[in-house]
Design a protein around this ligand. Structure first.
Ligand code: IMP
Length: 197
């Protein structure tokens, strides 16, 4: 059984690949389909964007496709950067550009007002089915970046009870609690109810 992971983001592809290990699924990525282009992320929600990507990759490959749209929602910034997380500091922004911009916007904001969450919408599409699964991870934005693992905003996203940022967690520790893992767990439960189409 084949499944295409519809992302060009290496961090996400690696995490989703790890999370799918142990299932009887041959996991492919867009690296196996270099001519496939992802549609612009012009939806208004994580859900809409994830569905757009899953549909486009299914149309192009004819294979069951799984797309993730995810991002960081910060309370003190009215939910920003949200669906614009990947390009918060501009179209060609690096992960570091993005989290530095975030730290700048939160300068002077007290610890207890720095609540944030990572959100993941995972869309699945095959010949007969289309479904979206969601997951969330709660935390707060640290004052300074810490840790070298993960990707994106991980160095500034602190899990309060662990007193560590997500970039200070091992890949296995992140995969035990992440928004992506939670969404994928829901996908796996659903998948166990019937084979891929
Ligand atoms: P998109 O889903 O391709 O629009 O990009 C999502 C963006 O949200 C990524 O480029 C990261 O900046 C951020 N993001 C999503 N998931 C994570 C995560 O697990 N850790 C850190 N940043 C994340």
């Amino acid at each position: 059984m084949k499944l295409v992971i519809a992302t060009k983001n290496r961090g996400k592809a690696r995490e989703l690949g790890d999370l799918l290990k142990g299932l009887d699924i041959d996991v492919l990525s867009l690296a196996d389909f270099s001519s496939v282009k992802l549609p612009p992320e012009d939806g208004k929600t994580f859900r809409e964007n994830a569905l757009k990507k899953a549909r486009a990759v299914f149309e192009a490959t004819g294979l069951p496709s799984l797309a993730d749209d995810s991002g960081l929602v910060v309370d003190a910034l009215d939910g920003r950067p949200g669906i614009f997380s990947a390009r918060y500091a501009g179209e060609d922004a690096t992960d570091e550009d993005n989290y530095r911009k975030l730290l700048g916007e939160l300068e002077g904001v007290a610890t207890e007002k720095r609540a944030a969450r990572f959100v993941c919408a995972l869309a699945y599409k095959d010949k007969v089915r289309e479904e979206v699964f969601e997951g969330e991870l709660k935390g707060r934005i640290a004052e300074t970046p810490r840790g070298g693992n993960g990707f994106g905003y991980d160095p500034v996203f602190e899990i309060e009870r662990l007193k560590r940022t997500v970039a200070e967690l091992s890949p296995a520790e992140k995969n035990a609690i992440s928004h992506r893992a939670e969404a994928l767990k829901r996908f796996k439960t659903w998948l166990a109810m019937g084979p891929l189409g």
